[in-house]
Design a protein. Sequence first.
Length: 477
Amino acid sequence: MGGLSEPEWSNPLWADPFDATAFPCLIFESLLALDPQDGHLLPRLAERWTLSPSGEVITFTLRSGVRWHDGHPLSVEDVAFTWRAAVSATVPIPHAEHLAWVSEIEMPQERMVVVHLRQPDCAALTQLGLLPVLPAHLWQATEVTQPVVRPALMVGTGPFRLADWEAGEAVTLTRQVDHWAGEPYLEGWTYRRYETPEALRAAARAGEIDLFPLDPQLNLPSDLEAEFRPLTLSTGESLFLLFNQERPALSERDVRHALSLALDREGIAAQAAGEAGLLTSILPSGHWSLPPDLRPPPYDPAEARRVLASRGEPLSLAIKVQGGDRIRENVALLVAQAYREVGIEARLEVVGWDLFIEDLFHHHFDVALLSWPFPRDPDQSALWHSQEITPGVGFNFGSYTSLQADELLEAGRTAEGCSEAARAPLYWQLATLLAQDPPADFLLAPWQVLALHRKVIGLASSPFAGLYWNVGQWSGG
C-alpha cells in the first residue's frame, strides 16, 4: 500500500478501523467483531458471551489455542489488564465512554472473564467486546492511554505480525502462519510513504504498489485503468445538520421538515464528496437497528417554500462548520445555497476546531454541520436524551427533548439480555420518531476511493467492519 502520510505506531485502542493506511487492526484483535453485512456482534477472540437477567453481569468465554505473536498464550489476565487500564484511564479512550459503568472484573476460570456493571448498559457490552486486547506481559497501564506507542509493543494475536520498519517511511508485516483462524493467503502487507500524489502514481506504474488512495472527485488515471480498478470504502463517519431547538423557529417541527425538503442530497453528494452514501440516521444504512423501509426526505423545494412562507416572517439562519476539510466546507456551502433558494437568509460561518467545539457545547449556533463517527452500538443517548442537554457538559447540543425518545433510548440500553431481537423493535421506533420529529438532518456518509491492482482479490469493504475485516482471505491472484 502506498500513501502520503508517515506511518505511525498508533495505539490499537486509538486506531481508526476505517483508515486504509492503518496497520494496528492487522496485528491486534478484539473479543468480538462487527458483522460486515449489518453491524451485529460476532464472536472473535471470545467464542461466546452471556448476560445475566439483570443485564449487570457480562461473561465472556475465550477461544482456546490463541497465542500472541511472541508465543505467549492469550489469557483472561490480558483481557482484564486491557479493560482495567481503559476504565481507569485519565485520558478518555475513543469509543470507551460506557466503560465508566464497569465496577468489577473477575476471572473465575482459565478462559472466563466476568464484568460487573453498576447499571445495565447494552452499549458497554459492545464497547468491551470491540476493545482491542493488549498483551499484559508487554504493556504498562500508563501506555494504554498514549495515542502513539513504541514499536516493541506491537505484538498482537492477529493474522499479521510486525516484520520490519523504516522510521517515517515504511512498515512491513508478515503473515502469522499459525493464526488461530488459519494462515492468511497473503505473505505480507507493507505500507510505504511517498512525497506526492504524482510519486504515488509513478510507483503504481512501476509495479511497486498494489493499493493507493485517490481523490474522491478524480478518476483513475487512464494509463492505470488496465491494471488498477477503483475501490470505494466508507470513511466511518456521518455528516449531518444539527438543529439548535433553543432557537424559536427551529423548535417548530414543520420548519425543520422544510429545511430537509430544501436539500437535493444526491446533488450535494455528487458536488461536494464525489463518492458518498445517503443517510437516514447517524448509523449507516443497512444497520440491524434501522427500519429497512426508512428513506431520506424527498427533495421538494416548492413545499419547503410554501411551509416557510406560511410563517409570515423571513427565516434567518447561520450554518456553522468546522473549517479545514474540503468536503465539510463544500457541503455547508451547498446547504446554504439551497436554503437561500427557498427564501431563507442563510449565511455560512467557517470556524476553527476549538471555537466550533466550544460553540457546540454552549449551544451557540443555529444549524451546525457535524462529522460524527458511526456508533458501534445503536445507543444514541448521548446525542438525543434530554438528560444530556446541560450546556458545557452534555452532547445533546441541539436541546432535543422528547419523552418518547427518552423512553425508547432507556429501553434499548437496558433491554433484557441485550439481544438484537429485543432491541431492534425499540430502535426501529426511535429511527421512525427521529424522522418524524427530526433533531437533525442526516445527509451523507463520505467514501474513500482507493486504486486497487486487479490481481488482488478478496477485498470486501464494509461500512460496519471497515476495510480489513476479511484480510486473511485476500490474495494476490
